[in-house]
Each structure stands twice: as C-alpha cells, then as structure tokens.
Ligand binder design. Sequence first.
Ligand SMILES: [Zn+2]
Length: 344
Amino acid sequence: MLEKLETMRQEAENDLQSITDLQTLQKVKHDWLSKAGKVTELLKAIPTLEPEQRRPFGIGANEIKTMLTERLNALEEQLLDSAGSDLKLDLTIPGFDFTRGGLHPTRQMRDDLNQAFLSLGFEIYNGAQITTEQSAFDNLNFKPDHPARETMDTYWIAGTEQKSAKERYCLRPHLTGASVDYLKEHGAPARFVYPGMVYRNESTDPGHERAFYQYEALIVEKDFSFASGRLLIDTILERVFGKPIETRMRAGFFPFVEPGFEIDMRCQVCGGKGCGVCKYVGWIEIMPGGVPHPNVLLAAGLDPMEWSGFYINIGLDRLVMMRYGIDDVRLFHSADLRFLEQFK
Ligand SMILES: [Zn+2]
C-alpha cells in the first residue's frame, strides 16, 4: 500500500507540473482536494488497512495533501499576478469626462452681492413670492389709482382681483414690500438685503423680461446721509466688478421714497460709446433708490421724525449683462446650454 502512496505522490507532482493557467489549476485542485478528490479517497482508505500500515499511510497521505495545498496556493497567486499585468494599464489615456453643472450667472451675481453686503454687516432676508396688494402697494405709498396696480402691469391671483388690500393677492411685482414686512418683524435700526424673483405683466424685448431677479437693500438708521449711501453703492460695485465703476446719480421718482434717485453706470457692453443695451446713450440704469418715504416708515410702525434710511434696488440681470457684456436679457431664461456653459 505504501507503494501506492508513492505512485500518487508522483502523479500529483505531474499534475502540478502541467498547470499553465488558472483554468488547469482549478481542474487539478478539484481532482485532488475536492470532496470526491484523490486525497479524500486516500484518507477514506485508511480504516480498511492493516493496523500497522494505518499510521505511516495516514502521515504520507496528509503530506501529499499539504504539499498540494501549498503548491496550488502559491501557483494561484503567481498566475493571478501575471494575469493582472496582461491588462495593459495605460496612464496616458484621458479619463471619463463627467458632465458638471454650473451656477447660473444671475445666481453667481446674487451670491457675490450677498458676500459683499454680508461683509458690510447686512442680513439676508427672504420675502414671500405671493404677496398682497397691501404689502406690495398700500404699505409703500402707492396712490390708489397708481397704474402699477392695474392688471396690465401686475399678475393678480385669479379669484381675488375684485378684492382689495390684504385680500387681493399677486405675484410680487417688486421686492420692496418685503422691507416693511421685515421692519415690522425686526424693528429698527436695521440693515438687510432681500434678493429674489419678481413678476411683471409686460411684453419682452432685449432689455425687459416678464420674470426677473431683483436685489434690494435697505438701511434704516436715525441718521444716514446720502453721501454714505453713495459710498456704499460705489463700494458694492467695486467689489462685484473688481474695479472702480463710473456711476452717476440722477433725481428719480418712486412712490416709496422721498427724495428718490436713479443710479446709472457706464455701459460695460460698449464702454460708453453707445449700443442696443444702453439705448445708445452709454449709460445704463441699474439702481433706483432713495430715502424711505415717511408713509412707508409709518406702515412699518416707525416714527418718521426719528428714523431715516437708504433704499437701493439693484437690477440683478442688468448687472450680469454689464459684467459679461451680454446684449439680450432674454438669454438668461432661455435654458440654452450653449449660452449657460460659458459661465461654469
Ligand atoms: Zn452700451
């Protein structure tokens, strides 16, 4: 029987020699070490042997088993390693191109303005998109027959058109209503910005959209001079454009301010020579504002004899047009990737 053991050892050695790849290795492993394999057969035979042969036979069979297990494991590792090197790794091939999104240029401008105002101690406030006639007009000193209250200019919510004040709802036509809401909540002194989308019922052209972003800021203090306001505007514009921006201030009229003004900036599209965006005057109106009207302060629960302040309303889309030299505001809402991908 011990000769049989020697024959099996030789056979195992031959099988190991024949291994050239993982497939033949798996076959040899199965032939010898599986439940029905040759090693198992040898071990099963032990109880049938003469008692004095059992021990040496058992030792021999286990030696074959250990030898096979160790050699097969080593070979497998070797073959797996060399299989890896067949993958031909080329580190110079360009990787997968992932499509990345980007922030809309108006959003980027809003974020930049937020940063500029935050650094000057302003708070950011979010007003409601659907508001009332009281908040959008009454509180802001709009006369009862003001044309902005007409259906032609404002989107009134169906079913409430015939009502008035608190019961007549609209999409906010401007942000200013939120200023009184904020002051009622937080009181004065206050300095805050309240950016957002506003809605106007008007026909579109290269300079006008039905829905567009605005960015309004308000300071309410006991004593705030026009000169300080002008300095604030110049500081903000310089932060956002990264260079001093030429501006001019004109008198303007808005129901919620007294006195009111208009800030124009040099048209950055044409550099002041005149183009379609600036209607060939070289200046573009970007920012109306003024001192809060006494009636507005009263609506906010503040004494106009005690409090004063400074409003500015920044045309966000126009500022983006100036930043990049864009000549058609309608591109912003076109969802045209050829346009938007330029701002990533
Ligand atoms: Zn221009």
